[in-house]
Design a binder for this molecule. Structure first.
Ligand code: NCD
Length: 308
């Protein structure tokens, strides 16, 4: 087993499948239990180190660690020495001295989790680094697709929106390719990253044309907090061309799935009626996130200490 989970690219097909299968088994082990806890990681310490705002990812990791009986320390940049200017390296040494077995890190700088992995002995799990990667999001998305559609091999997945600023899109493209899915990106040309042609995905600018040939459509939030420029003329224009409204959702095959990593901007990239419809798996994505993160913590921490 790998020691850190930093990038979806670190996961080969066997490791990714093992993670998804373990998530499923953990879900089954918890079903019907009065006390929703397994003793697996008793005595282990998991630190949640969040330098960026987060609701679901932080709570999801915390819940996952607690369900495995680990001790959880939540460390947010606000109210810590980080706001006094302490560097990531000094913070890493503090965590090291406290004996953290795993550190879950979210950071605005791409590559922060890789740096941290070089400074601590414990496992590092990337919970989002800048616009780079968010591997556990990709795992929970793949898990949700596999549960609902029964397979990933040959599944036609369309990812739509602000690919440029999305760590979710990058991690999903990498993992889905590894697992045999067929990915298409739909975005305004201004919201595609330089070098996207080298990604293992097709590019399309015609959302309507691709919908009838889509099994899963994944909508991305327009990440305005990361935008330094004007990337599209107006919200209205963006919604008109790239929003998933009822008319567009009707173009999907009957059994197609609608997904969104959250937080959603209802009315912009997705209409509320579509987000709350029977074909939406958005609430399941959140629930599955806990199982997948349990699997990741379990597999990383139950491996031989220090083994690569
Ligand atoms: C995503 C993120 O933070 O990258 N959200 C999440 O983890 N659920 C996507 C987003 O913020 O739009």
């Amino acid at each position: 087993m790998i020691r850190h989970l930093l990038s979806a690219a670190d996961l080969d097909r066997d490791t990714a499948t093992l993670l998804l299968d373990t998530a499923r088994q953990l879900g089954q082990a918890l079903t019907g239990r009065e006390v929703k806890k397994l003793p697996t990681l008793r005595g282990r310490t998991v630190v949640n180190l969040f330098y960026e705002d987060s609701t679901r990812t932080r709570v999801s990791f915390e819940t996952a660690a607690k369900r495995l009986s680990a001790d959880v320390v939540n460390f947010s940049a606000k109210g810590s020495s980080v706001s006094k200017g302490e560097s990531l390296k000094d913070t890493a040494w503090t965590l090291q001295a406290m004996g953290a077995d795993a550190v879950v890190i979210r950071h605005p700088a791409s590559g922060a989790s890789h740096r941290l992995a070089g400074w601590v002995d414990g496992s590092v799990l990337n919970a989002g680094d800048g616009t780079h990667e968010h591997p556990t999001q990709a795992l929970l998305d793949a898990y949700t697709m596999r549960e609902r559609m029964g397979r990933l091999d040959g599944l036609r997945v369309t990812i739509v929106g602000d690919v440029l600023h999305s760590r979710v899109a990058r991690s999903n493209v990498l993992l889905l390719r590894t697992l045999g899915a067929d990915v298409t990106l739909v975005a305004p040309p201004t919201l595609l990253p330089v070098g996207v042609e080298t990604w293992p995905a097709r590019i399309s600018y015609d959302f309507d044309a691709i919908l009838p040939k889509t099994d899963v459509v994944m909508m991305l939030r327009v990440q305005r907090e990361r935008m330094t420029d004007s990337f599209f003329p107006s919200v209205r224009e963006y919604s008109r061309r790239y929003g998933l409204d009822l008319r567009r959702a009707a173009l999907l095959p009957d059994d197609a799935l609608v997904m969104h990593p959250g937080p959603m901007v209802r009315g912009m990239e997705i209409a509320p009626e579509v987000a709350d419809s029977a074909r939406s798996a958005i609430v399941e994505q959140v629930a599955n996130g806990v199982l997948v993160r349990m699997a990741a913590l379990y597999l990383l921490l139950s491996g031989e200490k220090g083994a690569e």
